[in-house]
Design a protein around this ligand. Structure first.
Ligand code: F6R
Length: 243
């Protein structure tokens, strides 16, 4: 595991974008595993900037996203498909037919999850998986207690996740109660993993993830067992770790 210390969010974003662009340059037809949330937004901005300068070409890139709310359409501005379109895909020359997000409108959970696993397999696996880290150690929507061996599955959102996400919706009732997420097994099968972590509020959990016991109670702790993980975190997020 390699840990890069960044000065702040912007520096973290630039370092992470450098790693992703190196991946695209080395393998133009790579498969990127992508995440939503506030952590990767700056990384996507930086990638867009370099694309606009002519330094990056997404034309052969394929992407698979970690997760999607069950029941939200791609047009819903809270869906993760919408997030990816507005924060990255609409601004670069990626072929949208090769950008995959679980189908939030598929009501049959088993079908939605099996289809998504098949999509990932068909691409030949993920070359580089980008992850953010939840305050409770979750990755994707794999909350504490999720079995490490799971592939894409449907999760019931915890009260704390509903509470944390309700600020984005008109009312708490509008927050979806379920989501489709890649499982830990899918994530661990990626050839390389890049985790971006920012802010003092993530310092305790980051320390636990990196140096605590490997346990489903801290889903991201399993990353200790992956052989190619890069953490890019800012000083605030690394403040509890003696580098
Ligand atoms: C996003 C995702 C989540 C987030 C995590 C951190 O697709 O799967 O696991 O990465 O909740 O969110 P932020 O970056 O908003 O702190």
């Amino acid at each position: 595991m390699v840990i890069y210390k960044a000065k702040d969010y912007q520096d973290m974003s630039r370092k992470a974008a450098n790693i992703i662009s190196a991946q695209i340059i080395m393998k133009p037809n790579c498969v990127l595993g992508l995440a939503t949330g506030s952590s990767p937004v700056g990384t996507y901005k930086q990638l867009i900037e370099w694309y606009k300068k002519g330094d990056l070409d997404f034309s052969q890139v394929t992407s698979v996203n970690l997760d999607e709310y069950k029941g939200l359409s791609p047009e819903n501005d809270q869906s993760y498909r919408y997030f990816m379109n507005t924060n990255l895909f609409d601004h670069v020359n990626i072929d949208k037919t090769r950008t995959f997000v679980p189908d939030g409108l598929e009501a049959d959970s088993e079908k939605a999850c099996n289809d998504y696993n098949a999509v990932i397999r068909k691409q030949g696996g993920v070359d580089l998986q980008l992850l953010g880290l939840g305050h409770n150690g979750h990755i994707g929507f794999n909350e504490p207690g999720a079995a490490f061996e799971k592939e894409t599955h449907c999760v019931d959102l915890t009260e704390s996740t509903i509470e944390a996400n309700k600020r984005f919706f008109e009312s708490e009732d509008d927050v979806p109660r379920q989501a489709y997420t890649m499982g830990i097994k899918n994530i661990m099968q990626a050839k390389k993993i890049l985790v971006v972590v920012s802010g003092e509020d993530k310092a305790d959990i980051l320390k636990e993830v990196l140096y605590g016991p490997i346990t489903p109670e801290v889903p991201a702790s399993i990353l200790q067992l992956h052989n190619d993980v890069t953490i890019v975190a800012d000083e605030a997020a690394l403040s509890k770790i003696d580098m």
